[in-house]
Write a protein that binds this ligand. Structure first.
Ligand SMILES: Nc1ncnc2c1ncn2[C@@H]1O[C@H](COP(=O)(O)OP(=O)(O)OP(=O)(O)O)[C@@H](O)[C@H]1O
Ligand SMILES: [Mg+2]
Length: 340
């Protein structure tokens, strides 16, 4: 049976040209699929060629998200960016080694189709320790771990004393990441950039938010990750899914299928902020592609202006404090609207 390192060497014959972003966290429901979709679409809007792989074939959330986006684009007759997507089915045979060989074969085929024709590969993993998830972790250039901003979810990174909040030990997942990074270094000497992304942040300052920040600060040095703020807790992140849309999609009533609100604008800024905090290698070629497409797109479609939003009231606020005119951020799409 192949070792993980041998398997990965086989997957990466020569350097893979796409930058690999892996979304990982063994805790279910932390925002992996939501973040994967938002990053994939934001990168496409920045002119990058993006492929996606769903390793969670049981739930297939990312796959359903992309399918819905395709259908919605057809329904509203508007081009929406769709990545080249693969969902790798889990093998369900009796023998573990046969299953791993079959899964590895499917994964390697997908990588072969993707690697030299795309700038980014975004891999969504299940909330469990699986063979393919480990393999993906050991291929990551950027490992993104969304973490619900609560001590309840903190134990995926470390054991925490419930009374004092002091850190008492590492977790299974932290050990998995350590081993995956070690393997990555053995193969090509590269370091995986591990970024813990605080998700579902409370929009109101809270003691919890401060404590989680302090805990992450202490742990980041010990485990070798950096942490950044991700998305606030917003109902709209859940509302986007049925239409396959994201916060970086054009704010127009026809495209959204609902009245846009200031929360969309704020959420868009959050996604742009995350993209920039991840410090991904966005090249000039991609930027030029994005500019050219944005120009074409803008000539065909006029998005809502800030005034339109203010006139329209809150359009169905989600109670996250992001809908009032007082919190209106400047309307800026540095991640430009692009057609696929
Ligand atoms: N910032 C947010 N605000 C509000 N809801 C959110 C936010 N992020 C994620 N959600 C919602 O939380 C749920 C879980 O998110 P998601 O499916 O992305 O997590 P996951 O880590 O992929 O879960 P799993 O481990 O089960 O695959 C979804 O209903 C999603 O819409
Ligand atoms: Mg998921």
């Amino acid at each position: 049976m192949w070792s993980d390192v041998e398997r990965r060497n086989n997957v990466r014959r020569g350097p893979i040209s796409a930058h690999v972003i892996v979304l990982g966290n063994e805790k279910g429901g932390s925002g992996k699929s939501t973040t994967a979709m938002h990053l994939a679409v934001a990168l496409m809007k920045a002119g990058q060629r993006v492929a996606t792989i769903d390793l969670d074939s049981r739930q297939s959330t990312l796959t359903h998200y992309i399918d819905r986006r395709r259908l919605w684009g057809r329904k509203i007759n508007q081009p929406l960016e769709i990545p080249l997507h693969f969902c790798i089915a889990r093998a369900e045979g009796v023998r573990v080694d046969d299953n791993e060989t079959a899964e590895f074969g499917r994964f390697a085929d997908a990588i072969t189709e993707i690697e030299h024709r795309h700038d980014f590969l975004v891999i969504d993993t299940p909330g469990a320790d699986t063979f393919l998830s480990r393999l993906a972790h050991s291929m990551a250039d950027t490992l993104v771990t969304p973490l619900n901003d609560s001590f309840l979810d903190f134990d995926v990174l470390a054991a925490v004393d419930p009374q004092t909040f002091e850190l008492t030990g590492n977790s299974h997942y932290a050990e998995l990441v350590r081993e995956a990074r070690r393997q990555r270094r053995i193969v090509d000497g590269k370091m995986t950039d591990w970024v813990v992304v605080r998700n579902r942040l409370s929009t109101l300052g809270s003691r919890n938010r401060k404590l989680v920040g302090e805990g992450l600060n202490e742990l980041s040095g010990r485990l070798g990750f950096r942490f950044v703020e991700g998305f606030a807790e917003r109902v709209i992140y859940r509302e986007f899914f049925p239409r396959g849309l994201t916060a970086v999609d054009e704010i127009g009533e026809q495209a959204l299928g609902m009245r846009p609100s200031l929360s969309h604008v704020t959420a868009r800024l959050e996604v742009q902020g995350l993209l920039s905090n991840l410090r991904l290698p966005l090249d000039d070629r991609g930027r030029k592609r994005a500019e050219a497409r944005a120009e074409w797109f803008m000539s065909a479609y006029r998005p809502l202006e800030v005034d339109d939003l203010l006139d329209g009231g809150d359009g169905g606020g989600d109670g996250d404090g992001g809908d009032g005119p007082a919190t209106l951020p400047p309307m800026l799409p540095p991640v430009s609207p692009v057609s696929g």
